[in-house]
Design a protein around this ligand. Structure first.
Ligand code: BV8
Ligand code: ZN
Length: 288
């Protein structure tokens, strides 16, 4: 396998003749917006490995700690703005704009991120344009791991889910986000004071996909991956599955893969293009 090319002109040439493009994004896409990545800072939140908190078992055993982790991430998401990479990907998903760059291409962004910034970027781009003449031929964004501002009732008989942007989501969690920095012993928030379901009053959980849970939109994503001729991999360590498996699948079916990352990531020595640098710079160059 030859080494990946860093020739942006050659990539733009390929993009202009691509038929079915997907982008698989991870936490690095939102880093420039101030959202901590999973493995940045050693993947730690307070003294915990972030990955160990993103599980249902962790929630069952310590809902206070897990809710403080998600309250911290909610507040980060609420304070953040989409960056130039979110905007460039959003513009590329608008058919009238994409046609200038890749006339025959379809495009969907598949994001692992739960911060909602890609959706906010698309809404901002769409509001600045006249309405598209026809609806997009396929979904523009698929948030496969859910959204951190969504909450889900833990009662099996209720299961009410709602987007709740309230800050703080409940009084008892207010102010705990500061404790991350000072590293003080975390408070224990009584279960009764944690977020409750607005329908039945039972304990609510963050409505994100935890490890061991099935990601959203899998059948749709599998179809898009199967027909993809070009896969952009943006700001992900490519260590979480099934998202990490898509680039290899596209390559195996004869498609091309371009990685956009600040540093080397899993599987990137086998790809066609590797653009090392901040994606908030390289993605606007690539899609502009
Ligand atoms: C599942 C929501 C069954 C919560 C998250 C094989 C197949 C299927 C499953 C597995 C498998 N092997 C193992 C599994 C199990 C597991 C898994 O992958 N484990 C890992 C640890 C090995 N997967 C699951 O459990 C998944 N469910 O498999 O169900 C199934 C599946 C399919 C079909 C049928 C059945 C569910 C996984 C979802 C977990 N939830 N998020 C939350 O956010 O709290 S994942 C979590 O990690 C985040 O979403 C995050 O996005 C994601 C991945 O991390 P990255 O995004 O890559 O972030 P990271 O910090 O690692 O890297 C950041 C990168 O950005 C770095 O490379 C850095 O260099 C770069 N960067 C930084 N700044 C910039 C930058 N790049 C460019 N510019 C910059 N400025
Ligand atoms: Zn309920």
């Amino acid at each position: 396998m030859s080494t990946p090319s860093a020739d942006m002109a050659a990539f733009k040439e390929l993009l202009s003749s691509s038929k079915h493009v997907i982008a698989v994004a991870g936490a690095g896409l939102s880093a420039a917006s101030g959202i901590p990545t999973f493995r940045g800072a050693g993947g730690m939140w307070r003294k915990y490995d972030a990955m160990s908190l993103a599980t249902y078992i962790a929630f069952l055993s310590d809902p206070s700690r897990v809710w403080q982790f998600y309250h911290y991430r909610r507040e980060k998401a609420l304070a953040a703005q989409p960056n130039a990479a979110h905007i460039a990907l959003a513009k590329f998903s608008i058919e009238s704009i994409r046609k200038e760059i890749a006339p025959d291409a379809t495009f969907t962004l598949i994001t692992q991120n739960v911060d909602g910034l890609s959706t906010r970027a698309l809404e901002a781009v769409q509001s600045a344009l006249p309405a598209e003449s026809s609806p997009p031929s396929q979904p523009q964004i698929l948030e496969m791991h859910g959204r951190v501002l969504d909450v889900l009732c833990t009662s099996q008989t209720c299961g009410h889910r709602v987007t709740d942007p309230t800050s703080p989501i409940c009084a008892a969690l207010g102010g705990t986000e500061e404790l991350v920095e000072s590293g003080v012993i975390e408070p224990i928030v009584d279960k009764a004071d944690l977020p409750r379901c607005s329908q039945c009053g039972d304990l609510a959980r963050p409505d994100v996909v935890w490890f061991g849970e099935l990601p959203h939109h899998i059948p749709e994503i599998d179809k898009l991956v199967d027909k993809a001729t070009l896969c952009l991999v943006v700001g992900t360590s490519s260590m979480v599955y099934p998202a990490a498996s898509y680039q290899k699948k596209v390559r195996e079916q004869g498609g091309k893969v371009a990685v956009f990352n600040l540093e080397r990531s899993q599987g990137d020595s086998e790809v066609d293009f590797l653009f090392l640098g901040p994606c908030e710079e390289t993605i606007p160059q690539a899609l502009g």
